[in-house]
Design a protein around this ligand. Sequence first.
Ligand code: FES
Length: 115
Amino acid sequence: MTAAAPEGFLRACALADLEEDVPKRVELDGVPVSVVRTEGEVFAINDICSHANVSLSEGEVEDCQIECWLHGSSFDLRTGKPSGPPAVRPVPVYPVKIEGDGEAAAVFVSVTQES
Ligand code: FES
């Protein structure tokens, strides 16, 4: 059975679709979001770097950060803050909920509330 979406949240993907440290780009209500499973948690961060129009989901994940492949700024998956220049502005991060068990477990993201 498919898990129902919590109020205000949209289904991003099945939990089983997420490989550890491999970002997955989804679009929710027209918002590009990179969903990342790492260190036993799932995070959702806006997929566009705050420095230029580059997809963060094409970068690497390490130490709970996602790296922009173009100029190397990393963004904290918990806060969206950049580790250092050239990016100086944070990227929005969104609340995540996991609903359902086993194969039915799904990842839901609220793009209307920034966390
Ligand atoms: S485009 Fe991301 S750091 Fe420059």
